[in-house]
Design a protein around this ligand. Structure first.
Ligand SMILES: Nc1ncnc2c1ncn2[C@@H]1O[C@H](COP(=O)(O)OP(=O)(O)OP(=O)(O)O)[C@@H](O)[C@H]1O
Ligand SMILES: [Mg+2]
Length: 279
């Protein structure tokens, strides 16, 4: 398995040396595997956004190092290579728009890279198609729904042909429909284009079918594992202040009420089958 992004003993303090210093990351080591869908979860202030911004060198470690697609993010000569490969999508799509026409907005990144006109057109086509927004090419993003805007923001990042997408609570401001639209697009990009995805979210449902989940708390990775490893570890869930996906929470509550299941419940079908047997 090759690694997309490697954190080696990374520490980071905001306002280091000052009275208001905050230790945001404490000796974090983590590998994001190439092609995987990694969910990064943890309570407010646990360090997720700091970790995300380090993935493309927006923040540099105080201690340790971050290597993205073979490039040390602290090397100024290659920071552009890192930025091309790792695209960040943030929470508020309005802050990520730069132009008033969709295609111009999406072309902005590659234009800055000096990509040729014809290739820019191809990239804009590809990006719009990937997020299912082809028919909005000439529209203005400002009137769109949150989900649509966020898909345009993702298209803008895709036009850079990144190898990894890091989404920092990119669904947080959306309604359930918009959230699903964005998540579906991201899942498709991961499956069909092989783009490595790091999804930061407070919605545990969104982490359910990731390949792997990393749980952060107080600037550290508490545990990483499959969704099953994580969501069946109730002690960890409580310690990290997470809320189980509804279905798994129901199973947990039933167990705590003394219901004996014959197996670990992880899907709706499993819960229904087990409940039917009990009845
Ligand atoms: N620009 C900043 N200046 C000072 N402290 C900061 C800054 N950004 C974050 N912090 C602090 O660093 C710690 C980690 O913050 P970070 O934003 O990485 O957490 P997070 O897990 O993304 O939280 P949330 O779920 O609320 O987005 C927190 O204590 C936070 O208050
Ligand atoms: Mg954050």
């Amino acid at each position: 398995m090759s690694e997309a992004i490697i954190f080696e003993n990374v520490s980071y303090t905001y306002n280091d040396g000052e009275e208001n210093a905050v230790k945001a990351l404490r000796d974090v080591s983590l590998s994001v595997h190439e092609g995987e869908f990694l969910a990064l979860v943890g309570r407010n202030g646990s360090g997720k956004s700091t970790l995300a911004k380090m993935m493309n060198g927006l923040i540099l470690p105080d201690k340790g190092k971050v290597v993205s697609f073979g490039y040390d993010t602290q090397n100024k000569d290659t920071i552009f290579e890192v930025r091309k490969r790792v695209g960040l999508v943030f929470q508020n799509p309005d802050n990520q728009m730069v132009a008033s026409i969709v295609e111009e907005d999406i072309a902005f990144g590659p234009e800055n890279l000096g990509v040729k006109r014809e290739e820019i057109i191809e990239r804009v086509d590809f990006a719009l198609k990937s997020v299912g927004m082809e028919e909005y090419r000439k529209s203005t993003p400002f009137k769109m729904s949150g989900g649509q805007k966020q898909r345009i923001a993702i298209a803008g990042v895709l036009a850079m042909l990144p190898k990894a997408l890091v989404l920092d609570e990119s669904t947080a401001m959306l309604d359930p429909k918009g959230r699903k639209e964005v998540l579906d697009v991201v899942k498709k990009l991961n499956k069909e284009e092989g783009i490595t995805v790091v999804l930061i979210t407070h919605y545990m449902e969104e982490a359910l079918d990731s390949d792997r989940i990393a749980v952060m708390d107080n600037g550290k990775i508490l545990k990483e594992g499959t969704p099953k490893d994580i969501f069946c570890d109730y002690e960890l869930i409580d310690k990290a202040g997470l809320k189980l996906p509804t279905l798994l929470n129901i199973a947990r509550r039933l167990k705590e009420e003394g219901v004996k299941f014959n197996r670990e419940i992880f899907s709706e079908e499993e819960l229904i089958e087990e409940l039917c047997q009990l009845l």
